[in-house]
Design a protein around this ligand. Structure first.
Ligand code: 5AD
Ligand code: SF4
Length: 473
């Protein structure tokens, strides 16, 4: 992010705060009359970036005087959409049908759709024609304008649509709500420049923009002062952080600065692109007392031939070398990955290369995806689209392989005592607490909810495959 935009962005934040104040006064008046606060509900689809965006939306709405509710029978319903795979879009259309019926029974209900799917012209067209009851459409670049869009909608009777193709604006210091009091996601960059040939993200999230390091550090210091002990640094490709700053800085250097923030005890980050993972970063991970022992390192395919067509810029061999280097530096690290099955032109041989990587790396877990054709990406028009039945059959085989690999690595810490961040009361058994290990696995153990948000020693008494049962030490 260029520093030269700072003043513009401060002015923008001030403008938005003024609109929030104006709406708040209006809503307060209504509250005086009715005795009821207006409610909002957000459905968040997709990744952690979207979850973080939904927190920002919540921050703005609470500032205006809305109260959150967990049902869709609310005064303002927002869908924060994902479009990375086709089925994500279909889920939104399905839910919208239901929402339209609900709106008929709920006078004055407002509906907004935002997020990645709205950055696609075809999806917006479909909503404009088939779901005309939608009130506001906005995208991934202008969330900070929500109050303004709401004001426009309240003053007119038309669908308000505000979509930006791209932006170099990063508006700092807007209101903010966090889901957890003790851990927080922190955006360090937005967008993606990689254009992997299957992926729609660069088209819907725009070009890569890094936040100024000082803004990031200031935010993390504030979080720490607020009681946050764990931060998750978010970016589409965190390893290329800082390249386009006025004073370029690497991700490894940023991590060193974050490590110095008192009160922060755990640092996680997501997502790492293998092509940009530097030796310096491996060193920082090795030396750090705070960076968690978990690395999510998407491979997508084990076939060097396909990796090239995917535009991933690494080979099977270089990926495996990287894994060796990381494991040599941080032996107890947990490795997870993303894999796509059925990319155009994938042959049985290509697929077996993927299986081979899974066996060689021995992932702790993996997210597996059936290739989904995204209009506008280079892969969508490639020859050799794989038949669904073939892809499904490969998908099942891959899943078995991953399960075998996870089963092998799970339980390796059984009978040890580990540091655990206590996150919540167990959903099924209220006498138990649920905590997270540095390597991202969960452990359930008896304890009092006053421990939530604390990092404590827990003995991992029994491995249950994907989680542990334990006891407090
Ligand atoms: N089809 C299937 N999976 C995809 N991903 C991204 N684009 C597609 C697509 N078109 C997967 C990748 C990425 C993860 C977030 O989603 O594995 O790492
Ligand atoms: Fe998509 Fe590739 Fe960017 Fe990840 S790195 S968001 S897979 S284009």
């Amino acid at each position: 992010m260029d520093n030269k935009n700072t003043n513009v962005n401060e002015a923008e934040a001030a403008k938005q705060y003024a609109i929030m104040e104006e709406l708040k006064a209006l809503f307060d008046q209504e509250y005086q009359k009715t005795g009821k606060r207006k409610t909002y509900h957000i459905e968040t689809f997709g990744c952690q970036m979207n979850s973080r965006d939904s927190e920002k939306i919540s921050g703005i709405l609470k500032q205006i005087g809305y109260e959150e509710t967990d049902t869709e029978d609310a005064d303002f319903v927002l869908y924060n959409t994902c479009t990375v795979r086709e089925n994500a879009n279909n889920r939104v259309y399905g839910r919208l049908g239901y929402l339209g019926k609900l709106k008929k029974k709920h006078p004055g209900m407002l509906i907004a759709i935002c997020g990645c799917m709205m950055q696609e012209a075809a999806a917006v067209e479909k909503i404009k024609t088939s779901y005309r009851f939608v009130d506001i459409i906005f995208g991934t670049h202008n969330i900070f304008k929500l109050a303004e869009l709401l004001k426009t909608r309240l003053e007119s009777d038309r669908m308000v649509i505000d979509l930006w193709k791209n932006t170099d604006m990063i508006v700092e210091n807007l209101p903010n709500i966090r889901k957890y009091s003790f851990k927080a996601g922190v955006n360090i960059m937005f967008g993606c420049n990689n254009f992997c040939s299957y992926c729609i993200v660069p088209y819907v999230r725009g070009r890569e923009r890094s936040r100024n390091p000082q803004d990031i550090i200031d935010e993390i210091k504030k979080l720490a002062a607020d009681g946050v002990v764990e931060v998750m640094l978010l970016g589409q490709n965190v390893n290329s952080y800082g390249k386009n700053l006025d004073n370029p800085m690497t991700f490894a250097e940023l991590l060193r600065e974050i490590e110095k923030v008192d009160g922060i005890e755990r640092i996680r980050f997501m997502t790492s692109h293998p092509k940009d993972l530097s030796d310096d970063l491996i060193n920082v991970m090795k030396e750090s007392k705070k960076i968690c022992k978990h690395l999510h390192l998407p491979i997508q395919s084990g076939s060097t031939r396909l990796l090239q067509i995917m535009n991933r810029k690494y080979t099977k061999e270089s990926y495996l070398e990287l894994v060796d280097k990381i494991r040599a530096a941080v032996p107890d690290i947990s490795l997870t990955t993303d894999i796509i099955v059925g990319f155009p032109g994938e042959t049985e041989e290509d697929f077996l290369e993927t299986i081979d990587v899974v066996r060689k790396v021995g992932y702790d877990s993996a997210f597996t995806f059936l290739y989904s054709k995204r209009t506008g990406t280079p892969a969508a028009t490639m020859d050799g689209q794989v038949e669904e039945s073939v892809a499904m059959e490969r998908f099942d085989r891959l899943l078995k392989e991953i399960q075998a690999s996870s089963a092998k690595s799970a339980g390796k810490d059984e009978h040890t005592v580990q540091k655990v961040l206590v996150e919540e009361v167990n959903e099924q058994d209220p006498t138990l607490l649920t905590g997270r290990l540095s390597n991202n696995l969960l452990v359930h153990f008896p304890g009092d909810k006053s421990l939530i948000g604390k990092i404590i020693d827990v003995s991992l008494d029994e491995s249950k495959g994907f989680y542990y049962m334990g006891s407090i030490r």
